[in-house]
Design a protein around this ligand. Structure first.
Ligand code: HEM
Length: 488
């Protein structure tokens, strides 16, 4: 046994060394860039931290040690400086999404969910698909077509939280937000809700969503391992392999549903198809595209919103004084509970921004490829083809932009004429900024306001502690405890 272990370790080491030598000989050199010595020859340390769910913490620690430009591997650089951030993400800047997106989404013949808007690397294809999305996902269209659906699900979620807390003494709000956000995106993409709020259970569907992000990370980082996991008869491990396929299958339901209810205004795809009829240029949206985009919505739209709402409630409940002020604001006499009215509440919106700053659900790397001819970034000449990335986790903790950055201070977003800093990016930036930002903000505002109107005096459960809310980073940043219990 020991001998076999030694042989396997020796073989692995040899492969890593050989790859490092080949890399040194063939890749464009990032010599002279600050960073640990090993990043000149290997990406395995980065991979290790990625697989351990600590990527954003690792990259942040490198920024703290080496400054705003840091080498992560022989062909990867990270930037944490507002000007470099703008240059990388600005419209027309020439930086394109890297192959990572396609691989992560399981493209290239993989068994994953397929390449939709999120993963497209071709600039022209992306631009025409994005035009199709624009109207359906605009704040105005969402308010007139989809707000009633969001309100109905929000009210159901809050009433289920109240019932669970009353009957059992505590309610896990993370579970309820997850069920709510999934039901909303289900109803808006499929025209029929998954009815997860009615079941009240973390059903198979939710476990599939949780496994999909982790499975995609594994598939990208260690392609061989999924074949191995498939053979081990442990259902949780098998789910990591099959989850992307299952999400892909949910997408089929969106196609069938659209055929049945193509005139439903509260259906995002119906609005998109109507849009493709009216614009002069005819955009393609085949059944296969709808299937892929719907699968992507399920992944992009549920966890992200549920995680943000969970952190939002947690930070408010940690400060009883803040909770009371929020309760008062959302219960102001005459306040209409509509997205438009809630958008004008100063405290609620300031707390939302501060939550997104410190606990944004997508805090990590947004990799981009340096365009032909190379660029000058952060005072360095960066060769073409190199992967450059920015991470919100570090940009949002830059003391030059956010004084006393680790302090949760909602007042930094309050007051007249507050301008959002150019490196504030919880929803990304430029052409690839989040397509669902208005939907996410609508859900967050309506859910938070409804919860604190109806559940006055809410508290964190005695069993909750800060360690349970530490973020684990598998592309998204999710509380490691995977729950947040509250009580009256
Ligand atoms: C609080 C919730 C959310 C957060 C924090 C969030 C964050 C982000 C971020 C940072 C990106 C940019 C990724 C990159 O550049 O690599 C992104 C892209 C995207 N998001 Fe969201 N998102 C949220 C909710 C949603 C919702 C509700 C949907 C709708 C279904 C959605 C759909 C998308 C899509 C389709 C893209 C790709 C856009 C493109 O490349 O053109 N997101 N999101």
């Amino acid at each position: 046994m020991l001998i076999s272990l030694l042989v396997v370790s020796g073989a692995l080491l040899t492969v890593i060394l050989l790859r490092a030598i080949i890399t040194l000989i063939h890749k464009p050199s990032l010599r002279g860039f600050p960073g640990p010595w090993y990043t000149r020859v290997t990406h395995y340390v980065l991979k290790f931290h990625t697989l351990a769910g600590r990527r954003m913490h690792y990259v942040h620690s490198l920024h703290q040690r080496y400054g705003s430009v840091v080498r992560l591997s022989p062909n990867q650089l990270a930037f944490c400086d507002p000007d470099a951030f703008v240059a990388i993400h600005k419209i027309g800047g020439g930086f394109t999404k890297t192959q990572w997106y396609e691989d992560f989404s399981g493209g290239a013949g993989g068994a994953g969910i397929g390449i939709g808007l999120f993963a497209m690397t071709d600039v022209k294809k992306h631009a025409s698909r994005r035009k199709l999305f624009a109207r359906a996902f605009s704040a105005a269209s969402l308010r007139s077509n989809c707000e009633d659906v969001v309100k109905e699900k929000v009210e159901k979620a809050v009433s289920r939280i109240m019932i669970e807390a009353r009957d059992t003494g505590e309610a896990d709000i993370m579970k309820w937000w997850m069920l709510m956000a999934s039901d909303i995106i289900g109803q808006l993409s499929f025209g029929e809700s998954f009815e997860l709020l009615d079941s009240g259970e973390k059903s198979h569907h939710i476990h599939v969503l949780e496994a999909a992000a982790l499975g995609a990370t594994l598939q990208y980082e260690m392609p061989g391992i999924l074949g191995l996991l498939r053979r081990i008869p442990v259902p949780k491990l098998n789910l990591l392999v099959t989850a992307p396929n299952l999400v892909h299958r949910y997408g089929q339901a969106a196609v069938l549903n659209l055929l049945r209810h193509s005139d439903n205004r509260a259906n995002l795809f119906a609005t998109m198809l109507a849009q493709s009829e009216v614009v002069a240029e005819k955009f393609e949206l085949t059944d296969d595209d709808i299937r892929k985009e719907a699968s992507n919505f399920i992944l992009a739209g549920a966890d992200t919103t549920a995680i943000t709402l969970t952190y939002l409630v947690w930070v408010i409940l940690k400060r009883p004084g803040l909770r009371v002020r929020i309760e008062e604001e959302v219960s102001s006499p005459g306040l209409e509970v509509s997205d438009e009215a809630l958008e004008r509440l100063p405290l609620l919106n300031a707390v939302i921004e501060e939550t997104l700053r410190l606990y944004g659900a997508v805090p990590g790397n947004l990799p981009r490829k340096v365009p032909e001819g190379g660029v000058s970034l952060g005072g360095y000449a960066v060769p073409e083809g190199i992967e450059v990335e920015t991470q919100a986790y570090s940009l949002h903790r830059d003391p030059n932009v956010f004084p006393d950055p680790l302090m949760f201070d909602e007042t930094r977003w309050m007051g007249k004429d507050i301008l959002k800093p150019k490196s504030y990016c919880p929803f990304g930036a430029g052409t690839r900024t989040c397509a669902g930002v208005h939907l996410a903000r609508m859900e967050i505002r309506l859910a938070a306001a409804t919860l604190f109107r109806h559940c006055k005096g809410l508290r964190l459960s005695a069993r909750m502690n800060d360690q349970m809310m530490e973020p684990a980073n598998f592309f998204l940043a999710t509380p490691v405890g995977k729950r947040c219990d509250v009580r009256f």
